[in-house]
Design a protein around this ligand. Structure first.
Ligand code: FBP
Length: 565
């Protein structure tokens, strides 16, 4: 009989994987101060907003076997989009608090930050945790995007923590969620409320990184899942020889995923939003880039190929950026717009209320894109770029350009297209060995930072490119990552996003390699295949190309070896 609760053989086998932990976390520890910090930018404004948190030091852990430990209750929240490894952060945290003292308890707030405000929680016991070790997803307690930024919310949080005897809250989230974690920590310090707050760097987008955070968790697994799919599509394209595949990849703002996937798969065209912004390209320049490859490959008899596009592209095209910024301000809390039902009414309202420069750009967009740009913002005031079909818009624009070239007689090929969006497919995959180990360590480390009495800190691990025995665990004040940005029509403190660095080794590597990929002479497609959990370490524990290149550059490797890409 069919048993709906039966686990797949991989689930069963994967559950037995014991994530690796750096040596220092296996015993008792103390903290060592490494260096003082300031804010990333807008130092005076940030200092004024976070007087209690500002200027604390970066810390590292070192062994201390004389340490006595006491029981502590901890609460945990999963916040924002899913990322592979979230369950391992929680299992590492659970094992960490129990290692600290067996009477410690871990509470999970349900459905994201709203669970803290609405007092919805469960106690996470060993049986519950064991069901989720090394599994993808955030379903152990669920996630959400509720903003945690108002005093009444902080007070509601304090109420439930005091009732449950919770010493600290761990917020597992991206830049916006950790910004909120920092605000919560500051508020509790200002009010002398004895509740600590610790963050863990999550996001498949890979844009929560800086000199102290080498990689956000989930990026490794998600980019490998997408790369497997892109590789499969490239094999199909090279076999059938009749389609150009336009593939949009997740990454709400930064293009790290697209860049990483390109380095893993070698597509014919790869658009990087940050490059588009730096070169002040219009959409027509992006079309030039694609058309150039389509024409050259058609000349070589190859009417097929792949184009990778980051989902955040439109926000980086200067005239689109200005349009989106004005739309954000216009639509923030705009009751009149929300009351309008018909698409044409909404379209005319927007056109009438935009500045003439932005209205002119808005009018040039295909209607489906114009509509998608006015859809509801997320709770942080961002356009929901995962819902904007940029790849379809590019296909339309490339088709138009090719038909002109055909009339002129400079293009004789066929252009049949398929569009894809890879995003949600990667967010809940079984975590790779790297993410399983990294997340478990981040969670375990968070329990140590709590025991050490820190608050407003992010759990961090250094040396992640190397094997786990070389990893260094520590913490960094979240406020040191902040700057002021305009959101929802207001200047607010937020963690500075790490965009693709055009002087960085990953982008430089792409720049060096991609001319060969776009030509028709030779197909350079690479086929990374699926993530492997069992087998040789060079296959199962391979790091992302981004981490390899950034680490090689940081550690002074003289010549980054492009052949390893
Ligand atoms: P986080 O920044 O919360 O990690 O989310 C990243 C992301 O997966 C983006 O890549 C994507 O644009 C967005 O979430 C989709 O949001 P939603 O889950 O609300 O559809």
């Amino acid at each position: 009989m069919f048993d709906e609760n039966k686990k797949s053989p991989l689930q069963v086998a994967r559950a037995t994987y014991q994530p690796k932990l750096p040596e220092v976390l296996k015993g008792n520890v103390r903290i060592k101060v490494i260096g003082q910090t300031e804010a990333a930018e807008d130092k005076e404004a940030i200092k004024a907003l976070f007087p209690k948190s500002y200027g604390k030091p970066v810390v590292e852990l070192e062994p201390d076997d004389t340490k006595e430990t006491i029981a502590m209750n901890v609460g945990v929240i999963l916040s924002g989009g899913q990322a592979p490894g979230g369950h391992n952060v929680i299992s590492g945290l659970y094992d960490g608090v129990k290692h600290n003292h067996p009477d410690s308890k871990l509470y999970g707030f349900l459905g994201g930050p709203s669970g803290l405000i609405d007092h919805k929680y469960i106690e996470l016991t060993g049986d519950i945790i064991d069901n989720f070790r090394n599994m993808g997803g955030f379903d152990i307690i669920g996630s959400g995007r509720t903003k945690l930024e108002e005093e009444w919310q902080f007070d509601k949080g304090a109420e439930i923590c005091q009732k449950l005897g919770i010493k600290a809250i761990v917020i597992i989230g991206g830049d916006d969620s950790n910004t909120n974690a920092c605000m919560l920590a500051e508020y509790y310090q200002q009010k002398n409320i004895d509740i600590q707050v610790i963050g863990c760097p999550k996001t498949i987008d890979g844009d929560l990184k800086n000199e102290n955070i080498e990689i956000s968790f989930g990026f490794d697994t998600a980019s490998k899942v997408y790369s497997e799919l892109i590789g499969n599509i490239q094999r199909d394209a090279a076999s059938a020889r009749k389609y150009w595949h336009f593939i949009r990849l997740m990454g709400r703002s930064a293009s790290h995923i697209t860049l990483e996937c390109a380095l893993q798969t070698h597509p014919n065209v790869c658009v990087i939003s940050e490059e588009v912004a730096a070169k002040q390209w219009h959409l027509s320049n992006v079309i030039d880039l694609i058309v150039d490859s389509v024409v050259r490959r058609a000349d070589a008899g190859k009417n097929f190929g792949t184009v990778l596009v980051p989902e955040g592209l439109l926000e980086f095209v200067p005239d689109m950026r200005s349009l989106i910024a004005e739309l954000n301000e216009l639509l923030a809390d705009n009751k009149k717009f929300k009351m309008l039902k018909a698409d044409d009414e909404k379209y005319s309202y927007v056109l009438k209320n935009l500045s003439s420069k932005n209205a002119a750009v808005y009018e040039t967009l295909p209607l489906f894109i114009a509509k998608q740009l006015t859809m509801d913002r997320d709770d942080h005031g961002n356009v929901q770029v995962s819902l904007i079909e940029t790849e379809k818009m590019l296909i339309e624009m490339v088709k138009k350009r090719l038909s002109i070239l055909k009339e002129e007689g400079t293009y004789k090929g066929k252009f049949k297209t398929l569009s894809h969006f890879f995003g949600y497919e990667g967010r809940c995959a079984f975590p790779s060995n790297f993410d399983a180990d990294y997340c478990y360590t981040l969670g375990f480390n968070a329990s140590v930072l709590i025991a050490e009495g820190l608050t407003g800190y992010m759990s961090i691990i250094h040396n992640t490119y190397y094997s786990v025995d070389k990893w260094i665990a520590g913490g960094v004040p979240i406020v040191s990552m902040m700057n002021m940005e305009r959101r929802n029509g207001k200047d607010v403190p937020v963690i500075k996003k790490a965009l693709v660095d055009l002087k960085g080794a990953p982008y430089k590597c792409l720049e060096a390699l991609r001319p060969a990929w776009s030509s028709g002479d030779k197909d350079n497609f690479a086929f990374p295949g699926p993530i492997q959990f069992f087998g040789p370490s060079e296959v199962c524990d391979r790091r992302t190309r981004t981490l390899y290149l950034e680490t090689a550059m940081r550690d002074g490797e003289e010549n980054v070896d492009n052949a390893k890409i």
